[in-house]
Design a protein around this ligand. Structure first.
Ligand code: TXA
Ligand code: MG
Length: 376
């Protein structure tokens, strides 16, 4: 079936007749042994203005030709994304940089220094954009977020397409980001042309978004590249407290930060404090819940405690080991979706220390909880 398929058979009509319904094709590609015939087909879909979901090391992306405003608009429609939240542009190498970036010398100097250490990888760098980048990508901002992903499938898809690919995370707006192809299929099957199934995301949460246009390089979204990492290269950096929402009427620096994100259907509450106090409090909460099913999100070692002490029937899931922060980011969005799949209605989540990569975990968890944190 795959060999006989032509890109025009899967791409939804453009313009007037365009409809959100699409015939989605799922294309399996082994990240360790890329089938270039299949990937060339996916690249052809991008070239023709279609929507292709692809794996990256952070989360799956929902991509289109960054220079095709009609295709870019279709990204927003497929996700149900508000039109004031700009997209990241993905490049396969430095050869594509000049097409999208037109930063001042100091901006580009920072970009190259960071790129040398962290590209390809989970870091998005915001610089002044080239006028060739359509407004639909930057949502009218004078800047653009650029990332060179580590995932080879992603970079080869961009290379074969011959254009930078604009891509947000491949989830429905407001849902947890997708760290597996299955998550993408759950959210976007029937709304995009192609979903590449290419293995689970290594990092599991979205890239660090770093703005280098101002006097101090500022992290707008914490990720696997930490403030200390940025400071080690640039000598300075700032990570404003992401718990504080922008004041009424004030423009948030990163438009994406004002939206409630990452929400599973279940109601999430975070419990912060010493291990014993948190565990006792969460245990009590499981007995207090009158209606619905509870879930507990803990880390390795916590499962046996809750299985013994918490109310019978409580779903207990571990994020991973606190000694390996990347195991926590890797599992976070999967666990949130698992609670939903298991019919959990209230999730009690243990906080982890918000330092280093812990910032990325707590930032996502905090927003999944709509800011509900109980100190124990
Ligand atoms: O890891 C990732 O970054 C994934 C993969 C697919 O690369 N992409 C991703 O995209 O998470 P998205 O659209 O879900 O999140 C992009 C974030 C949003 O919070 C957006 O507001 C911010 O980056 N952003 C993009 N361009 C910006 C700009 N020019 N200025 C400020 N914030 C920007
Ligand atoms: Mg997103």
């Amino acid at each position: 079936m795959f060999k006989e398929m032509r890109p025009e058979d899967v791409i939804a009509p453009r313009g007037e007749e365009r409809n959100i319904k699409r015939n989605t094709v799922v294309v399996e590609i082994d990240p360790e042994n890329i089938d270039y015939e299949k990937l060339a087909f996916c690249a052809e879909v991008i070239k023709k203005g279609g929507l292709v979901c692809f794996p990256t090391e952070t989360v799956y992306g929902l991509g289109a030709n960054a220079f095709d405003p009609v295709a870019v608009d279709a990204i927003f429609e497929a996700k149900g994304r508000p039109h004031d939240n700009p997209l990241i542009v993905h490049i396969d190498g430095y050869g594509m940089l000049d097409l999208v970036a037109a930063g001042r010398e100091d901006e580009m100097d920072r970009l190259y220094r960071l790129g040398q250490k962290y590209w390809p990888g989970p870091l998005t760098i915001i610089v002044t954009k080239d006028s060739a980048v359509p407004d639909s990508v930057s949502c009218g901002l004078p800047s653009v977020g650029i990332r060179m992903p580590e995932s080879l499938i992603a970079r080869e898809l961009i290379r074969l397409s011959g254009v930078p690919i604009a891509a947000p995370s491949a989830n429905l707006s407001g849902r947890p980001s997708p760290s597996t192809a299955q998550h993408v299929i759950q959210d976007l099957f029937g709304r995009v042309d192609v979903i590449i199934s290419g293995g689970d995301a290594r990092v599991g949460v979205e890239s660090t978004v770093l703005d280098v246009t101002g006097p101090v390089p500022t992290i707008l979204r914490p990720g696997a590249v930490t403030l200390a990492d940025v400071e080690s290269v640039l000598g300075s950096g700032d990570l404003p407290d992401w718990r504080i929402p922008a004041a009424e009427g004030e423009k948030p620096k990163s438009p994406g930060m004002k939206y409630t994100h990452y929400s599973p259907d279940a109601d999430v509450t975070i419990f912060d404090g010493g291990t014993e106090a948190v565990r006792d409090r969460i245990t009590r909460e499981t007995f207090c819940l009158k209606e619905g099913k509870c879930g507990v999100l803990t880390t390795d070692g916590g499962e046996s405690f809750y299985k013994e002490k918490a109310k019978a029937g409580t779903v207990v899931l571990s994020l991973g080991s606190r000694d390996d922060m990347l195991s926590l980011t890797h599992n976070l969005f999967s666990r949130l979706r698992e609670f939903d799949a298991l019919g959990v209605t209230a999730v009690f989540a243990e906080a982890v220390p918000a330092t280093g990569i812990g910032n990325a975990v707590m930032n996502r968890l905090y927003r999944a909880a709509g800011g509900k944190v109980i100190s124990c």
